[in-house]
Write a protein that binds this ligand. Structure first.
Ligand SMILES: Nc1ncnc2c1ncn2[C@@H]1O[C@H](COP(=O)(O)OP(=O)(O)OP(=O)(O)O)[C@@H](O)[C@H]1O
Ligand SMILES: [Mg+2]
Length: 283
């Protein structure tokens, strides 16, 4: 349970005290998921407690297959837990999704193959608000594609885009409805290192301007440390949150952040926890 879970503070600062303003925007308590595999139950998540304050940007890391995407699907309202409680903005995730409070970019981009990048980015807006003119829908979609660095690629279909470009279209699409919550599943996984850093800075910029609540799944230690305030580390067999690292690096973060001694301390701690969780042992 969360009460017993250690929360590490590499270097306490006044900023860390305002880390959890108000009630949790994303809230999971005692969450469990079991999949039915032809009569045999596979427990994937067990006793997950996770709270994300409104306007927080937090990272979720853990070994491949431990259940990160499953947890995101629960928060997106796409599936129900076998046990426990889950809420987004104080309501059932499916209701929050219905009210368009949630934007999701999945690991595999899931674009509509027959639509162009622009039409994929515009798709949700068209269906969500039929009163908007076609020109306005295109303008907003174009703006979001520009935000993710895809100006000029509007007319391309998913098969004509690289994996990283498809991921960026998915992020543009997640932004379309201006949701309060962004659930991002390895959104930069297919990008080269420099573009990944650029996209990370862009995400920070969007977050600082809009104060969206962001839950980011990533396998990249440096990305987790550079972007997030809390890093939730998951273990396997079945998955639970092993530890939450409170990352006290101050915002705004920039190239200097990588040189802050707290950056390497937090990254080293994260690496240590993940090595242990890969071995299936609690730290
Ligand atoms: N619909 C499903 N039916 C049965 N098992 C599933 C289903 N979805 C996921 N699983 C299983 O649940 C476990 C967790 O999967 P999940 O996709 O959440 O992992 P992950 O942490 O996101 O992994 P990765 O880092 O590789 O993306 C895996 O063992 C997977 O095989
Ligand atoms: Mg996954």
């Amino acid at each position: 349970m969360s009460a017993a879970r250690p929360v590490l503070r590499a270097a306490p600062s006044p900023a860390s005290q305002s880390r959890h303003p108000g009630p949790a925007h994303l809230n999971a308590e005692g969450l469990a998921v079991e999949f039915d595999l032809g009569g045999r139950k596979q427990r994937v998540l067990s006793d997950i407690d996770l709270k994300v304050g409104k306007g927080q940007l937090v990272a979720l890391v853990g070994p491949s297959g431990c259940g990160k995407s499953t947890l995101l699907r629960l928060f997106a309202g796409l599936m129900s837990p076998s046990a426990g409680k889950i809420e987004v903005a104080g309501m059932a995730p499916a209701e929050a999704a219905r009210r368009k409070l949630i934007g999701v970019a999945f690991q595999d981009a899931t674009l509509l193959p027959w639509k162009t990048a622009l039409d994929n980015a515009a798709f949700l807006l068209e269906t969500a608000d039929p009163s908007l003119s076609r020109a306005e829908v295109r303008r907003r979609a174009q703006h979001n594609l520009h935000l993710v660095g895809l100006s000029g690629a509007e007319a391309k279909r998913p098969s004509q885009l690289s994996g990283g470009m498809r991921q960026r279209v998915a992020i543009a699409r997640a932004l379309t409805l201006d949701p309060e919550v962004l659930l991002l599943d390895e959104p930069f996984g297919a990008l080269d290192a420099i573009t990944r850093e650029e996209m990370g800075s862009l995400l920070l910029d969007i977050w600082q301007r809009t104060q969206k609540t962001i839950l980011l799944v990533t396998h990249a230690f440096d990305e987790a440390v550079f972007l997030s305030s809390d890093i939730h580390v998951m273990g396997t067999g079945p998955a639970r949150i092993l530890e939450t690292i409170a990352n006290d690096l101050p915002y705004p973060r920039d190239a200097q952040t990588y040189r802050d001694p707290r950056f390497s301390e937090t990254e080293a701690r994260l690496r240590e926890l993940l090595v242990k969780s890969h071995k299936g042992a609690a730290p």
